[in-house]
Design a protein around this ligand. Structure first.
Ligand SMILES: CC(C)(COP(=O)(O)OP(=O)(O)OC[C@H]1O[C@@H](n2cnc3c(N)ncnc32)[C@H](O)[C@@H]1OP(=O)(O)O)[C@@H](O)C(=O)NCCC(=O)NCCS
Length: 175
């Protein structure tokens, strides 16, 4: 098995991000709020702006993208938490540590920004993602919200899972 590397993307890498993001939306429509057909129509300026809105990381193996994650600012008032979202690993590469590499790099980024926690909203029905996040040390919270996915039936929910990033982490963020 060849080495997995994680590359933080800049604005000029928007085409690399676009390709893996569209692959994620097409392969796992049940996991994401956005639709591939809609995002396919967005122009270059949209993608360039998107690259600057949050940090984008892709995992690569043998020169090909095998996974992606984004890290932004969680919607908490004091800026103390980062938010991990848009996590996806190519099906053939699942169970090989790609997601672990992506999340570890995402957590480092948030830590470098001085953030004490990383928030990850995940579908309560997404057993694999919940199991993965638990294995990485994310703890479930009481915070829930409806899934924002057109194809989901009413009543499906996401749970906020939170990872403490340091040793002296203070209280959990209020979401
Ligand atoms: C979620 C995702 C990124 C995790 O990456 P992965 O490579 O599959 O993760 P891993 O295999 O390292 O870990 C998954 C864990 O779930 C377990 N698992 C596998 N299938 C499972 C299932 N159907 N239900 C519950 N747990 C499951 C694995 O055994 C593993 O647990 P372990 O670490 O204790 O052995 C990947 O599955 C994915 O891209 N899924 C589709 C997109 C998605 O749902 N993204 C999350 C959006 S919030």
């Amino acid at each position: 098995m060849s080495e997995i590397t994680v590359r933080p993307l800049g604005e000029d890498d928007w085409q690399d991000f676009r390709a893996v993001r569209l692959a994620a939306l097409s392969e796992s429509p049940e996991a994401f709020a956005a639709e591939a057909a809609k995002e396919e129509s967005y122009d270059e300026s949209f993608w360039r702006e998107r690259m600057n809105r949050s940090n984008r990381l892709i995992a690569e193996q043998n020169g090909a993208a095998v996974g992606v994650v984004s890290v932004g600012q969680a919607k908490v008032s004091d800026g103390s938490a980062g938010e991990l979202f848009g996590l996806w690993v190519r099906p053939e590469a699942r169970g090989t540590g790609v997601a672990t590499h992506l999340v570890k790099n995402g957590a480092s980024l948030a830590r470098q920004r001085g953030q004490s926690h990383l928030v990850y909203w995940v579908g309560t029905d997404n057993g694999r993602a919940v199991a993965f996040a638990s294995g990485m040390g994310f703890r479930p919270t009481d915070f829930r919200r409806p899934m924002r996915i057109a194809s989901e039936e009413d009543g499906d929910e996401e749970v906020a899972m939170v990872l403490a990033l340091g040793e002296d982490v203070g209280p959990q963020p209020r979401l």
